[in-house]
Write a protein that binds this ligand. Structure first.
Ligand code: ATR
Length: 467
């Protein structure tokens, strides 16, 4: 447990020394000044005096910043039997020469060096991960703050950090911290060891992804020594270094990297070739080249097949709204299944380009396009980002009338119910929620990653809702 004395009220600061005696845990005493991301705004003399007063009251560790020169305080802490955590912080980047600086942090062998820095690219995350190499089994705490650094928090036990930080409420004490419950329930933190296999989803943005919850629940149910993390990747080049350093074995790939990753994947399956995009990368040994696969089309078809009791009926008339990457997988899947497809898109030219690849029809979201949709109305698939939070009230095709006989398939899964879905339900349509496709494509990935079927009971639970 860490007690952040800088966040306490003055009256509480005076009695903070009572805590260690009352909790059955080792407690870290920290009094962080504002410029290191804390709330203490008094003088350095006042800070040292308060630390001096509190140390010696049963705290197991005392966190002192790298540049604080207070030999009397150091000696007092040692005499009390506590250990010094010598820390450095960087809230804007990864400082040059971090490796050297980190190795020089501890002033004596009984001190624990700690660095919390902020990678702003995957290349910087790779620099941070490189610092771990060569540290052996020595006690240390090294972590990346922010979204890009997040994997270092969950992987603390695998990377050999002595502990990791979590905040008990939604108000994180540092950028990228999650609650202890999230660490345990979503990321199975206590099961992670030095030999845990690493999987993840690479994209930008990606932190909202539900894929970690889906895959990690599967690992837990099957007792597999593996963990699945979000990798926020503005720079794919830097990310490949991260993947090598962590020996990542499998990846889900999401926006905007589904095409770009193909330059690294040696073999695409038939679907990758048909769709020209890849949502799954595999490398079972955690090194060497990647195989690229695509489970999006199969994941899209699975809920329809179960709705139709086996196969999608040949000649099914389908209107696909949108012409981006997601639409491409959908059109590929529907054409492959023998459906008649019409692509409607805000930008007609994009609809036409996509439709031509699969010999489908195309149009705009205008009077003419909506008129043609009457002949393609067994199934309406909504593939645009319209309706996604925070734009829940937007409808991608407000003029598209629904009679109630259509099946409406909404790819957006957050929020669960979009404006378009609400309109479909009001009209009496059967609705397929985006969550079903997300789970179905993830189940296929899970099989590719692990060689094991995703546990059906876990899938059924997730299909009822993610929360
Ligand atoms: P993805 O890979 O997730 O499908 P994308 O490639 O950016 O994302 O595609 C976004 C799709 O949503 C496109 O069809 C886009 O239409 P344009 O081709 O006209 O850009 C569509 N889209 C995005 N915002 C939209 C909006 N406000 N109204 C209608 N369509 C929209």
């Amino acid at each position: 447990m860490e007690l952040r004395v800088d966040h306490l009220l003055d009256a509480e600061k005076a009695t903070a020394g009572r805590l260690p005696g009352r909790v059955g845990l080792p407690v870290i005493l920290t009094l962080r000044r504002a410029r290191d991301g804390g709330s203490f705004d008094g003088s350095e003399a006042a800070r040292v005096a308060l630390l001096q007063r509190l140390a010696g009251q049963g705290f197991r560790y005392v966190d002192i910043e790298e540049d604080l020169q207070a030999p009397a305080l150091d000696a007092h802490i040692r005499e009390s039997g506590a250990r010094i955590v010598r820390s450095l912080h960087d809230y804007s980047g990864v400082p040059p020469g971090l490796s050297r600086r980190f190795s020089a942090l501890a002033r004596r062998t009984d001190e624990i060096p700690k660095a919390a820095v902020t990678p702003t690219t995957c290349a910087q995350l790779a620099e941070l991960l490189n610092v771990f190499h060569g540290l052996g089994d020595s006690e240390r705490v090294l972590l990346g703050m922010g979204e890009i650094g997040f994997p270092t928090r969950v992987l603390a036990p695998r990377l050999g950090s002595t502990w990791c930080y979590a905040s008990p409420t939604a108000r994180a004490v540092a950028p990228g911290q999650v609650t202890p419950v999230t660490l345990e329930d979503v990321y199975r933190f206590r099961d992670i060891t030095r030999s845990t296999s690493v999987y993840g989803v690479v994209g930008n943005p990606v932190m909202h992804s539900r894929s970690p919850m889906i895959h990690n629940r599967g690992f837990t149910a099957l007792g597999l020594d593996a963990v699945y993390l979000p990798f926020q990747a503005p720079d794919l080049d830097g990310f490949w270094k991260v993947a090598d350093l962590l020996r990542i074995k499998g990846l889900s790939v999401t926006v905007p990297h589904k095409q770009a990753v193909l330059s690294r994947a040696v073999r695409g399956d038939a679907e990758v070739r048909a769709v020209g995009a890849c949502n799954t990368l595999l490398r079972p040994e955690g090194r060497g080249s990647w195989s690229g696969m695509n489970t999006d089309s199969e994941g899209f078809l699975a809920p329809l097949r179960s709705m139709f009791g086996g196969a999608v009926p040949t000649g099914l008339g389908a209107t696909v709204i949108g012409a981006g990457g997601a639409a491409r997988s959908v059109v590929a899947a529907l054409s492959g299944a023998g459906a008649r497809v019409l692509v409607l898109n805000r930008t007609i030219e994009n609809a036409r380009t996509l439709a031509e690849v699969f010999a489908a029809r195309s149009g705009g979201i205008d009077a003419e396009g909506l008129e043609s949709a009457r002949g393609f109305s067994d199934l309406i698939v909504q593939t645009t980002s319209v309706g996604m939070s925070p734009h829940e009230d937007a409808d991608p095709a407000p003029e598209l009338k629904l009679s109630g006989r259509e099946i409406v398939y909404e790819l957006v899964y957050a929020p669960e119910s979009t404006c378009f879905v609400r309109r479909a339900l009001e009209a009496g349509c059967r609705v397929v929620y985006g969550r079903k496709m997300l789970i179905a494509q993830a189940m296929r990935q899970f099989l590719l990653f692990t060689g094991r079927e995703y546990p059906p009971s876990v899938a059924e639970n997730l299909e009822r809702g993610f929360d």
